[in-house]
Design a protein around this ligand. Structure first.
Ligand code: ATP
Ligand SMILES: Nc1ncnc2c1ncn2[C@@H]1O[C@H](COP(=O)(O)O)[C@@H](O)[C@H]1O
Length: 186
């Protein structure tokens, strides 16, 4: 399955991807995790993107798209993936479509994790990652609303929306049930 996970920062995309990757047998590819690995290894790419992650701004598309193109060309992603954090805007979605079309492939679904903003802010304040400072959290929510949420219209025919408040296992079951019914309807 080729899935994109969408939802505001703190919606639980990474948490759900770690459960779903085992259940679906596809790799979890998180652009945020890829950037953080570059930063911790102090690569040139890591040095270039550090300030964007610190401030909650999006890394420029050219840099992000090339990193994703490279990651998706690896053998483990040949038959499917869970993309977490990419695409983050409509221009990145166009690049993803082009990468997939080159392999005669397409997305199966876009899973939207729906969580009220006050709940995600509370989760992120408790998470404690380097970019989980209140001002940066608020900015990332705003970037999500203006840049990323429009993807839900862009992908309207294949969006599967999940209530992502509650028990982590139960949310993953909700996602699997919704994906099964979407597949049966197609
Ligand atoms: N269903 C849940 N209930 C309560 N807390 C949760 C739930 N799912 C995830 N969390 C917690 O919320 C925080 C954010 O989760 P996670 O990192 O998976 O979100 P995300 O959508 O990947 O965020 P980001 O886009 O910022 O990387 C984590 O501390 C995680 O343990
Ligand atoms: N797809 C992306 N485009 C631009 N910038 C991105 C993208 N994915 C991640 N980033 C940067 O990384 C941080 C953290 O991302 P998480 O998905 O929340 O882990 C994000 O604020 C951007 O600076």
């Amino acid at each position: 399955m080729r899935l994109v996970l969408v939802g505001p920062p703190g919606a639980g995309k990474g948490t759900q991807a770690e459960l779903l990757k085992t259940k679906l047998g596809v790799p979890h590819i998180s652009t945020g995790d890829l950037f953080r690995a570059h930063i911790s290894q102090q690569t040139d790419l890591g040095k270039e993107v550090q300030e964007y992650l610190d401030s909650g701004e999006l890394v420029p598309d050219e840099v992000t798209n090339e990193m994703v193109r490279d990651r998706l060309s690896q053998p483990d992603a040949a038959n499917g993936f869970l993309l977490d954090g990419f695409p983050r805007n409509v221009a990145q979605a166009a690049v993803l479509a082009e990468i997939l079309a080159a392999d005669d492939a397409a997305l199966d679904a876009v899973v939207e994790f729906r969580v009220p903003e006050d709940v995600v802010v509370e989760r992120l304040l408790a998470r404690g990652r380097a970019d989980d400072k209140e001002e940066v959290i608020r900015h990332r929510q705003q970037v999500y609303r203006s840049e990323t949420a429009p993807l839900l219209d862009h992908y309207s025919g294949i969006v599967v929306s999940i209530d992502a408040v509650g028990d982590v296992e139960e949310i993953s079951e909700r996602a699997l049930r919704a994906l099964r019914s979407q597949r049966d309807e197609r």
